[in-house]
Design a protein around this ligand. Sequence first.
Ligand SMILES: [Zn+2]
Length: 103
Amino acid sequence: MTGSVYKHKCPDCGHAIRVRNSEGLSELVRACYLQCTNVGCGATYRATYEITHRLSPPAVANPSISLPMADWAMRKIASQSHSNDSETQMDFDHLLHDTPQLA
Ligand SMILES: [Zn+2]
């Protein structure tokens, strides 16, 4: 099985979902094509993944995008999920690059 397992669960059966493919819609938005890992379900979905905030300022900012800085509460959640999360994380490298396997 290829693709990344995302923490998002299948909304129909509750099993893990993997990212089958994705495509860039803009510099901040990607469409993701998801597939339920439960062979008895087999559901597929389209979702969108959007970069909405900066958690820290970039060394080389892109002048063509405008992103607000995350507030304290968002940064706290991000740091907690990084240090306490033992589940498999979505492979963002896979998500952010187009792959030719969409069927
Ligand atoms: Zn399912």
